[in-house]
Design a protein around this ligand. Structure first.
Ligand SMILES: C[S@@+](CC[C@H](N)C(=O)[O-])C[C@H]1O[C@@H](n2cnc3c(N)ncnc32)[C@H](O)[C@@H]1O
Length: 228
């Protein structure tokens, strides 16, 4: 007779869920739903570039899903906060003219702003009242992270990608110092709005594990292609 083996029926551990379903994967789907499947406190750092909610249209007519509505911002960042380990960081790009909406969602989730990063462009992305020459992101803390031994400068250099793979494609060059400062080799870096996969590529090149999610199947394919 076969012996009773209760350990075979035990629930999956958080680590098993991460390893089997998420780690080093680009997941196609809505972050609001996919993040719910991640256990609490399961990622070490979040670097993300969500839609700026500006109804962006590139010169060749490409647009971004959810860039025309704000309702997703609060629930998405509530989930980001839940899955992030305590005393760690999320760095999020945002649209400068929608700072109130993003800041309110981040604070509602539990984050507090611990710094602000500006990337300086050597070209203008547009021209109106100003010649627009920077990108920006908030450094958001969960809990009380330790100070860094070598703090990252909050003004960094930008590099234009040409946006060939994605209308809002960021360069690994611009993201590398941030991933390097706020995560360690072997840790898990999450980007729930991963687009062409620039965060994931940066994380992998620096010896981190990554989890990427995007609602657009084409962008997921692009990201996977980049990572191959
Ligand atoms: C600003 S772009 C990210 C670009 C990326 N940083 C890159 O370098 O390619 C934002 C991305 O969020 C995705 N997105 C929008 N709403 C989403 C949602 N609810 N869940 C997952 N992805 C979403 C869009 O498809 C888009 O690719």
């Amino acid at each position: 007779m076969t012996a009773y083996a209760p350990e075979r029926f035990r629930p999956f551990t958080a680590r098993e869920i991460i390893n089997d379903y998420f780690i080093n994967r680009v997941i196609h789907g809505d972050s609001l739903i996919k993040l719910m499947q991640l256990p609490d406190h399961s990622v070490d750092f979040v670097l993300t570039d969500p839609p700026y909610v500006v109804r962006y249209k590139s010169r060749d007519g490409r647009s971004i899903t959810n860039d025309d509505r704000t309702g997703w911002i609060e629930p998405a960042f509530a989930e980001v906060y839940r899955v992030l380990k305590p005393n760690r960081f999320c760095v999020s790009f945002y649209g400068w003219n929608k700072v109130d909406v993003f800041m309110s969602a981040w604070k509602q989730a539990g984050f507090y702003p611990a710094g602000h990063i500006v990337w300086v462009k050597d070209y203008q992305s547009s021209e109106r009242f100003l010649s627009y020459r920077h990108e920006q992101a908030y450094l958001l803390a969960k809990g009380r992270p330790d100070f860094l031994r070598y703090p990252l400068k909050d003004v960094l250099r930008w590099k234009y990608t040409g946006n060939k793979l994605h209308p809002n494609e960021k360069s690994v060059y611009a993201l590398r110092p941030v991933v390097g400062a706020f995560s360690r080799p072997g840790e898990i870096v999450l980007d729930p709005f991963c687009g062409s996969g620039s965060t994931l590529l940066t994380a992998r090149d620096l010896g981190r594990n990554y989890i990427g999610i995007d609602i657009d199947e084409g962008h997921c394919r692009t990201a996977r292609g980049q990572l191959q």
